[in-house]
Design a protein around this ligand. Structure first.
Ligand code: CCH
Length: 300
């Protein structure tokens, strides 16, 4: 097959981009001091539109640059992540947005103490919004385990993979002006760990109705000693997070990951790599061969 795209970047070129991502992670004025969590969410939402049956959606295209996908309420707040990466794209214009978004998440997870994740480049950027799939393919946090299966089976994931992927909620927080939910899942939301699974099992999570009508689950550590004027820290879980506890098949994996951090890291690494490849077809040498995009792809 003839390939007319630019040559694949060298290892040194990729290292430069990774270094630039590492440097930008430190954002003292933003959230909990790191751009990492929102970058992970950007990569996940860029890929999580995939439908295995119709072979549409997925991490190719960087469709969120267009209103049709970027303006989806499910993607609220991800403009911050895209803005963080913009100077890197300007400096290293050879990398596509679609590749940069995925690579940034891989770098961020590693930098936050998480596992090494296999990553391959070659994604292309759409030049218009015609291949962007319809809205409504990303999960709705107000729902339960049937919904999670519906969404993630569509992408080709199984129960174990759903739970492993959910472990990304070790990172970051919910924002009332983005999803409407509020708070963080773990005490240190910029450190990748299996704490999320431990906390799910350890506490008696209580339903709390927010002023906007949404319901989430919270736990307040009453035992903790506070300084005068200090408020006890409240941790949260989404209804979908809680469904990992109530569904027996999911719960088995929650327990295993809570007990065995290495197992979680190993499974997370594999499933996140799989997520980033959704919608990407490669030949035996790793070149992207998605028919409609091949002329724009890298050749090796
Ligand atoms: Fe998530 N996630 N996520 N999530 N998510 C939110 C934030 C993050 C759901 C809902 C929400 C995954 C799966 C699910 C991250 C990674 C992943 C928020 C708050 C909601 C709501 C958004 C806000 O207000 O800013 C639901 C439902 C599911 C169903 O499974 C998966 C899979 C991943 C990655 C592998 C990360 C990271 C965040 C934190 C973002 C931030 O800005 O701090």
């Amino acid at each position: 097959m003839s390939q007319t795209g630019p040559a694949a970047p060298s290892v040194a070129q990729l290292e430069q981009v990774k270094d630039a991502v590492r440097t930008l992670l430190h954002q003292p004025e933003y959230d909990d001091g790191s751009a990492g969590p929102v970058l992970v969410r950007l990569a996940w939402h860029s890929a999580g539109t995939y439908c295995a049956e119709t072979k549409t959606g997925g991490s190719n295209g960087a469709g969120m640059r267009y209103e049709k996908e970027g303006g989806d309420p499910a993607n609220a707040g991800l403009a911050h992540a895209r803005a963080f990466l913009e100077p890197i794209k300007e400096k290293f214009s050879w990398i596509t947005y679609a590749d940069l978004w995925c690579l940034a998440a891989v770098v961020a997870i590693k930098e936050m103490g998480g596992p090494e994740i296999a990553w391959q480049g070659g994604r292309t950027d759409f030049t218009d919004d015609t291949k962007i799939p319809p809205r409504g393919r990303l999960p709705d946090a107000a729902q339960g385990s049937d919904h999670l299966r519906h969404i993630f089976y569509r992408m080709g994931f199984n129960d174990q993979e759903i739970v492993a992927l959910s472990g990304a909620h070790n990172l970051g927080r919910c924002h009332s002006d983005r999803s409407g939910f509020e708070g963080k899942w773990v005490n240190n939301p910029t450190r990748f760990s299996n704490q999320y699974f431990k906390l799910l099992l350890a506490h008696d999570w209580k339903k709390k109705k927010l002023d906007n009508g949404l319901e989430q689950f919270v736990y307040v550590d009453e035992e903790i000693e506070l300084e005068e004027g200090e408020k006890p820290e409240e941790l949260m879980m989404l209804p979908t997070d809680m469904s990992l506890l109530s569904d027996p098949a999911f719960r088995t994996w929650v327990k295993r990951y809570a007990e065995d951090k290495d197992l979680f890291f190993d499974h997370f690494s594999k499933v996140f790599a799989k997520l980033l490849e959704l919608g990407i077809c490669r030949d035996a040498s790793g070149n992207v061969t998605n028919a409609e995009n091949v002329e724009d792809g890298y050749k090796s």
